[in-house]
Structures are given as C-alpha cells and as structure tokens.
Ligand binder design. Structure first.
Ligand SMILES: *[C@@H]1O[C@H](CO)[C@@H](O)[C@H](O)[C@H]1NC(C)=O
Ligand SMILES: *[C@@H]1O[C@H](CO)[C@@H](O)[C@H](O)[C@H]1NC(C)=O
Ligand SMILES: *[C@@H]1O[C@H](CO)[C@@H](O)[C@H](O)[C@H]1NC(C)=O
Ligand SMILES: *[C@@H]1O[C@H](CO)[C@@H](O)[C@H](O)[C@H]1NC(C)=O
Ligand SMILES: *[C@@H]1O[C@H](CO)[C@@H](O)[C@H](O)[C@H]1NC(C)=O
Ligand SMILES: *[C@@H]1O[C@H](CO)[C@@H](O)[C@H](O)[C@H]1NC(C)=O
Length: 513
C-alpha cells in the first residue's frame, strides 16, 4: 500500500520530466574571439516619413512615443536610433510656405488599411520636430531620389542640415547620423550616374551648412544579387560609386529585407516565420555582401526590415510569436556582422512595435473600430526591451551564439569584457493551445571551472503564439496607457548546475552571479 502510493507519486511527479527533452548547452566562460561587440541600439526603428508628425507630435511632444523610446534608452543606456524615410521618402517635396506637412493618401483597402501617402509636401517645421526625440537620438533622414527632381532633394537636404544646426535640435542633443538619398534607389547599376549627381549636390549643400562632411547611407537596397552583377553592394562598388564626389561620404551600406510578403493578401503561417532555420537562412544570404562592405571599411545595417512586406500579415506579424521572431532575428543578425536592425514602423501597420496614436480603423482589415484604440505597444515591443536588457548598458558587450541541440531553440551568451554575464534562450515552437504546452530542459555546462554558480531567471510569458496581448516580461507589462512598465518584477534564482526549463513560445534571460 505504502509502496504503491509512492510509486503513484513517483509516476505523477517524474513522468512529465521524463518526457521533456533534455538538451545540454555548453556555456563559454569567456568571450570567444569571434564574438562581435553588439550595439546597444541593435534594435532600432525605421519610420515611414509621411506620418512622422503623428509619431513625434505636431505641436506638443507625443508623450506615448516618447515614453516607449525612453524605456529602451533607460535599459540600454543609448537612445534608439531612428531612420525617417522609406517609400514616402521618394514622394516628398519641399515647400517653404508649408507649415509642417501636407499629404495625399490613396484609398484604404483590406490588405493595406493604412497606406503610405502618394504625395507629401513638407516645410521647415517638419524637420525641426526632431528636437522632440529623446536626447542622444541619432537620426538618418531620407531625401527624394525616386522622382528624379534634384531641386526637391536639394531643398530637403538644405532643410535637414539647417534643422540639425538649429539651437533647438542641438540643445535637445539629437544628431544627424546620415542622409539617405532615395529609398531602395534600386538598380544603381543603371542609375549610378544620376545617384552620383544627386549625392554631389546633397553633400555639398549639407556640408556647407553643417560645416562637416555629412555621412551618407549608400545602397538602401531592396534586393541584392550578392555578386558584382546587378544590384548589390559589390555592384555599386564596381560602378565606382564610392569614389564619386558624394559617394565618398558613404559610411554605411543599408539593406532592406522582409521574410515574406503580404502584398497579395497571403498571410502565411506564424510557425513559418518562427522557424530557427529560416531566420538563419533569411539573414545568412547576405553574408557575402556583409564581407564586401566590411572589406571597404564601411558599416552594414538592415536599414528597413520587418516580417512581411506591405505592412505585415494579420495573425502573424502582429502577434506575440512575432516578438520571438524579432528577438532572434536581431540577435542572429548581429552574429553575422550586421551593426543595427531598423524595424520598419508606420501608423497602423500590422508589424509595428508601437502604435503611437489612437486608431479608428482595424489594422487587420481596415474596418471601422467600434471603439477607437488608444496608443499602445504591440508584442514586438518586448523584443526591443529584451534585446536592450540582454545587451545591457556597458557599451562593450559582446555576444556569441550558443549551440543548442534543438531545431527550434536558439541561445546567445553575452559577455562583459571577457566575463560571461548573461544568456538568452528563445523557444520558437509556436504554442497554439491545441495540445499541452511542451518544454525542454536545458542542462547548462560551463566550459571550465570558476564560472558562475547562480543565475537570476526572467521569463517572457506568452499566452499563445498568436496572442496580441497578455504578454508579460518578468511578470511586468508594457501594455499600459502611457507605455511605461507596470506590475511587480518577478524573477527566480536557480543554481547553474540545475539548469532551466524553457516552454514552447517563451524567452528566458539568465543573469549570472
Ligand atoms: C502628386 O504629385 C505628382 C508628382 O509630383 C503630381 O503630378 C500630382 O498632381 C500630385 N497629386 C496631388 C493630388 O497633389
Ligand atoms: C532608376 O531608379 C528609379 C528609382 O529611383 C527606378 O524607378 C528606375 O527604374 C531606375 N531606372 C533604371 C534605368 O534602372
Ligand atoms: C543643387 O541643385 C540645385 C537645384 O538644381 C541648385 O540650385 C544648387 O545650386 C545645386 N547645388 C550644388 C552645390 O550643386
Ligand atoms: C521639382 O521640385 C520643385 C521644388 O519643390 C518644384 O517646384 C518642381 O515643380 C518640381 N518639378 C517637377 C517636375 O515635379
Ligand atoms: C525567409 O523566411 C520565410 C519564412 O518567414 C521563408 O518562407 C523563406 O523561404 C525564407 N527565405 C530565405 C531566403 O531563407
Ligand atoms: C489564435 O488561434 C486560435 C486557434 O486558431 C483562435 O481560436 C484564436 O482566436 C486566435 N487568437 C487570436 C488573438 O487571433
């Protein structure tokens, strides 16, 4: 009787653990020599410039947007970088008599409920509003190349340089990181000489006002042939763009990338986005380009990226599962030598981290909402928060990918100096709720002796992969009316040699001590 009770207890307690897969993960105690230093602003934002004044606030600062940027700055110690441009950059003209911005929008559709403006006309105040960004924010701003009107590019470059030398922007501590000449100025192969003409004019104009050479973003490529043929970094280098008058001021090559497209209304499958192997194959295809760019001494960024083009796919891009995609995508990008990943954002886009103003139409199908939706974060915002915490504020953190023998769990180690400081694991198995949630036991094996013995464990808890709310990070939420974190921090402490369990659709940060 006594023995059989014990047996039943043993079966109940031990069986679930016996079923869970155990994966052993080696933790390097010091930074591998190949571990790249990782930017504190690894996760940055690209903002569709037609509705820039909605993001920043036209007359007074948009407090919600400011708060969610300040959260990230406090965690990482560095302001999130902002690129303002994209499709509408090539539809923007300048008119000094326009106060801030005037625009013309096409019709709303179910596939694109919040389309980009087709015509944007801006005045000086539009650029001056950058003074409302958090102190220390570096800004990349685009000028019009697509409409082949050099006067438009010239007037915009002049207004940008004038704004960034004004006392209001200088006092705000906001800086001009670079000018981008054209969004996806595709086919430089055929447009190289026109681009060089624009770059000569834009740099001469801006340099004279800034009294310094303005860095340029080169490329902003929509595609890449990954070779010297066609459209690629190697192609523009071969075309001599870097030795042209303006092109010599290129400091950064920017690639745009989406893992899929919703442009024809195919929303795809969330688990496909959340697949460790395709995250790696999407990014690794740029490795040859990254090497070619680094060989020229230039920086390589994903200057505009997100899950699915045409503003994201409903039930995929706007979900908590996408937050795990974004986190793994950015951290793996850094492993390949990509300095920063600018996630694209527009008012009402499905794949946003942030919805900075009240919305009256559904982001999913454009239907009128019965109740307007006030400013809020979307689950992807947690990817920015977790990346900032994992990287930390030292400015010298390096990171290396951990080998995890599970097709859907990725892992990264973070080093302060040479010391192992933190590790992050992401379980990309999409939990749908249809069957019980699975977990994997990670057995942590330090690579030598003298390593940390204890770790603080912080979890990103997600109801189901397709949830659009109800996510918590260490028990706290950013789903608040002002975008500031709320709730009591909840973490646990484990000994390193007991390892951790990680559930489907979960991220776990370990801070070693
Ligand atoms: C939009 O801009 C184009 C090109 O500059 C111009 O031809 C057209 O008239 C403008 N449309 C509107 C509605 O302003
Ligand atoms: C030149 O670039 C523009 C976009 O800026 C593109 O529309 C056009 O097709 C390109 N022309 C050639 C000949 O490559
Ligand atoms: C740039 O182009 C504008 C418009 O054609 C012209 O007025 C200006 O003088 C040019 N500036 C430079 C430095 O080439
Ligand atoms: C080019 O831009 C200038 C400056 O805004 C504008 O006056 C002019 O009409 C534009 N040209 C064309 C062909 O759109
Ligand atoms: C990128 O990821 C998507 C899934 O999100 C996949 O369908 C596509 O094949 C991947 N592309 C590459 C080049 O790996
Ligand atoms: C998530 O998927 C389940 C099962 O398909 C569905 O019932 C539920 O409504 C979805 N949730 C959201 C937020 O879309």
């Amino acid at each position: 009787m006594f023995i059989s009770s014990l047996l039943i207890i043993w079966l109940c307690v031990a069986r679930p653990r016996a079923l869970a897969q155990t994966v052993s993960v080696t933790l390097p105690l010091s930074a591998p020599s190949a571990a790249p230093t990782i930017s504190r602003s690894l996760v940055s934002f690209s903002i569709e410039q037609d509705r820039w004044t909605d993001w920043i606030g036209a007359s007074t600062k948009n407090i919600f947007f400011n708060n969610v940027l300040q959260n990230l700055k406090q965690l990482s110690g560095e302001a999130t970088r902002i690129r303002i441009g994209a499709d509408s950059e090539d539809h923007t003209n300048f008119n000094p008599s326009v106060q801030s911005v005037q625009q013309v929008f096409p019709a709303v559709s179910t596939i694109v409920p919040y389309p980009e403006a087709t015509n944007v006309t801006v005045g000086n105040a539009y650029y001056q509003l950058a003074s409302q960004l958090p102190s220390g924010t570096p800004v990349i701003w685009g000028v019009n190349f697509g409409q082949a009107n050099i006067t438009a590019a010239f007037l915009e470059a002049r207004a940008i340089a004038t704004a960034f030398t004004s006392s209001s922007i200088k006092n705000a501590g906001v800086t001009l990181e670079a000018i981008e000449i054209g969004n996806e100025a595709d086919l430089y192969k055929n447009n190289a000489s026109r681009w060089n003409t624009f770059a000569a004019n834009v740099t001469a104009t801006a340099n004279a006002i800034l009294k310094a050479n303005v860095p340029l973003i080169g490329g902003a490529f929509a595609e890449s042939s990954h070779s010297t043929g066609g459209f690629s970094p190697q192609g523009i280098f071969q075309n001599g763009v870097l030795s042209s008058i303006g092109g010599s001021q290129i400091k950064t090559i920017s690639q745009h990338h989406y893992s899929g497209s919703f442009c024809s209304g195919d929303n795809g499958v969330l688990q496909d986005l959340m697949t460790k192997a395709t995250i790696r194959s999407n990014l690794s295809s740029f490795s040859a380009d990254i090497s070619a760019v680094h060989a020229k001494g230039l920086q390589y960024i994903l200057g505009e990226t997100n899950s699915y083009s045409c503003h994201g796919a409903p039930g995929v891009s706007n979900t908590a599962g996408a937050a795990l995609w974004g986190l793994d995508y950015a951290l793996f990008a850094a492993q390949l030598g990509i300095t920063r990943v600018y996630f694209h954002e527009g008012i009402g886009y499905k794949y946003n981290f942030i919805q900075p103003i009240t919305l009256t139409r559904s982001i999913l199908d454009g239907s009128t909402l019965s109740t307007p939706l006030p400013p809020h974060i979307q689950p992807l915002y947690y990817a920015a928060v977790i990346a900032a915490e994992a990287i930390g504020p030292s400015g010298t953190t390096s990171a290396s990918q951990l080998t995890v023998g599970n097709a859907q769990i990725s892992g990264y180690a973070f080093f302060e100096g040479s010391r192992l400081a933190r590790a992050l694991f992401v379980n990309l198995n999409a939990f749908t709720g249809a069957s019980p949630r699975k977990s994997v036991h990670l057995s942590l094996v330090p690579s030598g002796s003298g390593g940390p013995t204890m770790a603080t464990v912080k979890r990103l808890t997600i109801p189901t992969a397709n949830a659009t709310s109800g996510v918590t990070w260490g028990g706290q939420t950013y789903e608040t009316s002002d975008g500031k974190v709320q709730g009591t921090l909840s973490t646990s402490t484990v000994s390193v040699n007991s390892g951790i369990d990680i559930h489907d659709t979960e991220a776990v940060l370990l801070t070693f001590h």
